[in-house]
Design a binder for this molecule. Structure first.
Ligand SMILES: Cc1cc2nc3c(=O)[nH]c(=O)nc-3n(C[C@H](O)[C@H](O)[C@H](O)COP(=O)(O)OP(=O)(O)OC[C@H]3O[C@@H](n4cnc5c(N)ncnc54)[C@H](O)[C@@H]3O)c2cc1C
Length: 410
């Protein structure tokens, strides 16, 4: 069995590591010339950390990430709506990590090269097409200039090639571009004095205007942290074409962010100063795709954002890609026929992730904030006067269960 993986993002690299553990041969093909540590912060919930711990990566993750202890949902004007313990503090066996996406990708890449050898990841290989035969699949690649690099043979092809997946476009030729929900998101990370316990994530505001803050790494001194922020504002209507194509590395315009900052009051952090101090900011229109009617055709399947791009609510983008990897490798181990294994993988993962895509469209767990802001747009003195806190717990618990998070004991 030989697996061709397209894309060396989080999904592709974790798939390679789990295949290797299972004794299944694989190679990863990545269009970028080098693996550059791009992106800003992401969160790994315990059900995403577990499969990384099984790969022996818990200690290396601890060295570069922050073990998130608390998640606080707040009104845009600062009042706390709900506060939940996270990871070990919530009774899970493994922590929740807030981490710089690029550092996570770098860690996974080095692990793949160490375990699979230097040829485990072939950079500078852009997938241009594939062909299937009864006994295998051929994948065609080209370099950056478009020069063909020939065809590689495998038993199956796993497309972990992100929101603009070439393979998805071939499987679903009428699908078109990703769908924008009208929200523009600016993101950045910079060294900043630790706030609260130095391990707390704050999500303030609902779908109209949201600010997300969390530390993702140590700072130069004990009382600073590499601090990630994301500011999201409604700038269009769902289904409108985004002002600029979705590209995770697109630089943002500071002048466009500034007018939105006064919409938030976060007592613990001087948000205007934090954003002003951030050397590089990025812009991304919040895009997803409708749940796909199929992921698999014979010996070819989709994984991660290629299969289920979703709005970044509820910290599930990378986590669901990791869950896909675990499921795919288990299905391949359990079935001798690769075509049957891919079908079983799709049957297991497509309904679950399609449900998360739809839940994220209405805010995911962060819907608790929308619910409170709708009833109390100018804030509140006592939360009990606005909503029954049990209702908030129900929203959060129902989302967590849908994403495959086991119940915490905390
Ligand atoms: C540069 C970058 C920065 C990001 N920054 C953030 C962030 O700050 N916050 C956040 O929440 N999420 C971010 N994301 C998205 C996040 O990584 C994903 O939602 C999640 O980790 C699932 O990852 P994935 O592996 O499925 O897809 P991705 O992380 O998108 O990885 C897909 C990979 O496939 C490669 N690829 C694409 N097409 C081809 C092709 N034809 N042939 C070969 N290779 C191909 C891409 O170069 C990329 O390396 C970022 C993604 C990228 C690519």
């Amino acid at each position: 069995m030989r697996v061709i993986i397209v894309g060396a993002g989080i999904g592709g690299l974790v798939t390679a590591l789990h295949l290797h553990e299972a004794g299944i041969e694989c190679e990863v093909y990545e269009r970028s010339e080098t693996i550059r540590e791009l992106g800003v912060g992401i969160n790994l919930l315990p059900h995403a950390v577990g499969p990384l711990a099984e790969l022996g990566l818990l200690e290396p993750l601890r060295e570069i990430a922050v073990e998130t202890r608390e998640l606080r949902y707040a009104h845009r004007l600062g009042h706390t709506i709900l506060s939940k313990p996270c990871g070990l503090a919530a009774g899970y066996q493994v922590p929740q990590f807030s981490i710089h996406r690029g550092r996570l990708q770098g860690l996974l890449y080095r692990a793949v090269v160490e375990r699979l050898g230097a040829d485990g990841v072939r950079t500078g290989h852009r997938l241009t097409g594939f062909s299937q035969r009864a006994e295998g699949v051929g994948a065609m690649f080209a370099d950056r200039s478009g020069r063909p690099l020939g065809e590689r043979e495998g038993d199956i092809l796993v497309a972990a090639d992100g929101i603009h997946s070439t393979v998805r476009a071939a499987l679903l030729p009428d699908e078109g571009a990703p769908r924008w929900n009208g929200v523009l998101m600016w993101r950045g990370a910079t060294e900043w004095p630790a706030y609260l316990d130095g391990r707390t994530m704050i999500v303030a505001g609902g779908n109209e205007a949201k600010l997300v803050l969390y530390p993702v790494g140590a700072g130069a001194s004990a009382d600073t942290r590499l601090t990630n922020w994301a500011l999201c504002v409604k700038a269009g209507s769902p289904g409108d074409p985004p002002p600029r194509r979705e590209d995770w590395s697109r630089p943002g315009d500071r002048g466009e962010v500034g007018p939105h900052i006064p919409r938030f009051r976060i007592p613990e952090v001087d948000v205007a100063a934090l954003i002003a101090a951030t050397p590089e900011i990025f812009e991304y229109p919040m895009c997803d795709r409708d749940p796909a009617p199929l992921w698999t055709q014979g010996r070819v399947t989709l994984l991660g954002d290629a299969a289920h791009p979703m709005y970044p609510m509820g910290s599930n983008g990378a986590g669901q890609a990791i869950q896909d990897a675990v499921s795919l490798v288990r299905c391949l181990r359990e079935r001798a026929d690769p075509v049957a294994a891919l079908r079983a993988y799709e049957d297991e993962r497509r309904p679950v992730t399609g449900d998360i895509v739809l839940r994220n469209r209405v805010g995911g767990p962060e819907r608790v904030i929308d619910e409170v802001e709708r009833r109390a747009p100018d804030g509140f003195a006592h939360l009990d006067d606005v909503i029954d806190p049990a209702e908030l717990d129900r929203i959060v618990a129902s989302y967590a269960a849908a994403t495959g998070m086991p119940r915490s004991t905390g």
